[in-house]
Design a protein around this ligand. Sequence first.
Ligand SMILES: [Zn+2]
Length: 107
Amino acid sequence: MIRAVIHLLLHVSVPAAVARTFFAQRFRLAWLVMMATMLVDLDHLLANPVYDPDRCSIGFHPLHQYPIMIVYVALAAWPKTRLIGVGLVIHMLLDGFDCLWMQYERT
Ligand SMILES: [Zn+2]
C-alpha cells in the first residue's frame, strides 16, 4: 500500500521538479504536458485485472515495452516533442523503480 502511494506521489512530484528545474519559464505547461503522459497507463485497460499492485508494468503492458521506450527517448531528443518524451521517460523510470522495489520486497 505504502509503495503504491509513494509511486503515485512520485508520478506527480518528479515531473513537477523536472519542470521547475529545466522548464522554469513555462513551468505550468511543462508540468501539465508531462502529467498528460500518464495517459500511457491507459494500456492497463487491456490487462485483467486492470490494476494489480504486485504486477510490474515494465515489459507487461503494450506501451511499457522496452522497444517502444526507444521512441520515448527519441521524442525527448526532438525539441518539439521534448516535454512528451521527457514525461514518458520519467514515467518508465518511475515504473521501473517500482518494479525494483517490488522485487526487493519479495526477497
Ligand atoms: Zn505506467
